[in-house]
Design a protein around this ligand. Structure first.
Ligand code: CTP
Ligand code: MG
Length: 335
């Protein structure tokens, strides 16, 4: 198994283009959803300002990175000067404030790895998670958003990959498979690697955006509108890219030695990162470097059982893209 195998793409792949685009379009949230999200955010901002006039709310995750499906939850970050308080105390106080308003199912999870308040807004029907001072997530959300503005094929590919991962049950970090965030980074990396490249490496260009967040320097070129049609020299269709993405993860990626790195626009060796052996719970069986927290391997949740599940799913997807008469349907069959 897992012998490197370079197959030529099936000749008729472009026949499936319009079907893949239809799948993409069916997943995009409607404008009314955006409006409702804004409404809820405004309600939350007013409640927070009453208690903490200097605090601010930021959106992050799929509601702000442009990779969100319709009906996805709202991820909110409360940025606040903690003083002598613990995050969990702020979370309790926040839950208190929200409870007294019209919001439903307000729950404070103070003992989670990331303390958070969960709630549901009965007016808009939107569920929402509010965490405290998770500004790295806010900044990496902007990075993903800016990449998506460069070439539409990133958003198309990432939607299809996320839809596949959710359909096949491999988007569950608590079961040892990958987060949506990891899948989007895999897509960015993949499009950086095409020849000609479809995406540049924004962190290797001149810096127009800089934030120091929790002593992590976050710097990159964010004026992407100045890049023109960066990817236009590469005319690969979305169907071809979906084929190539799964082909890459099924047969071409070197799991034993390589680390995917959006930050450098290339792959790094596990040796240079010292990710060659298990340390604590980090097994490094599939390595995806966080673009800013470079000591974070987003594949750290993957264990020796789930790596097999993942790789078998990549192989299944690659086979379907190569041979199936109806890949747009078969690819997303529930597991
Ligand atoms: N995040 C992170 N580090 C991780 C996982 C997530 O910083 N290891 C942050 C990222 O900012 C990401 C956000 O948390 O955008 C939400 O993560 P996730 O739920 O994986 O992605 P969503 O885009 O919200 O996807 P979904 O549509 O599945 O909710
Ligand atoms: Mg989310």
């Amino acid at each position: 198994r897992h012998v490197k195998m370079q197959t030529a793409c099936r000749k008729d792949i472009d026949r499936f283009n319009s079907q893949f685009l239809t799948v993409f379009e069916s997943l995009i949230p409607a404008d009314e959803e955006r409006v409702k999200q804004k409404q809820l955010l405004t309600v939350l901002e007013k409640l927070v300002a009453k208690e903490w006039p200097d605090a601010r709310l930021y959106l992050y995750g799929s509601c702000a990175n442009s990779f969100g499906f319709s009906k996805s939850d709202l991820d909110v970050c409360l940025a606040i000067e903690l003083g002598n308080n613990e995050k969990s105390e702020v979370v309790l106080k926040l839950a208190d404030i929200l409870q007294s308003d019209n919001l439903q199912n307000v729950q404070a999870l103070t003992r989670a790895r990331v303390p958070v308040v969960k709630l549901m807004d009965p007016v808009t029907g939107i569920s929402c998670d509010i965490c405290v001072n998770n500004m790295l997530a806010v900044v990496n959300t902007k990075l993903l958003y800016d990449y998506a503005r460069i070439d539409v094929r990133l958003r198309q590919l990432a939607f299809i990959v996320k839809h596949w991962a959710k359909s096949r049950g491999v988007n569950e970090t608590y079961q040892g498979t990958l987060s949506s965030y990891a899948y989007v980074l895999m897509c960015i990396h993949f499009l950086q690697q095409r020849r000609p490249a479809i995406l540049p490496c924004l962190q290797a260009m001149n810096i127009t955006y800089f934030r120091n967040v929790d002593n992590v320097e976050c710097a990159y070129f964010d004026q992407v509108e100045k890049l023109g049609n960066f990817g236009s020299r590469n005319g690969e269709s979305i169907a071809h890219l979906v084929w190539a993405f799964f082909h890459y993860w099924a047969y071409c990626h070197d799991y034993a030695t390589d680390v995917v790195s959006v930050r450098t626009g290339s792959t790094l060796s596990k040796r240079t990162k010292d990710w060659t052996r298990r340390v604590g719970n980090d097994r490094h069986l599939i390595c995806i470097e966080d673009p800013f927290e470079v000591s974070h391997d987003l594949g750290r949740v993957v264990d020796k059982y789930s790596i097999r599940v993942l790789r078998e799913e990549f192989e299944r997807a690659a086979e379907i893209m190569q041979y199936d008469p109806n890949p747009c349907v078969t690819l997303f069959h529930p597991y």
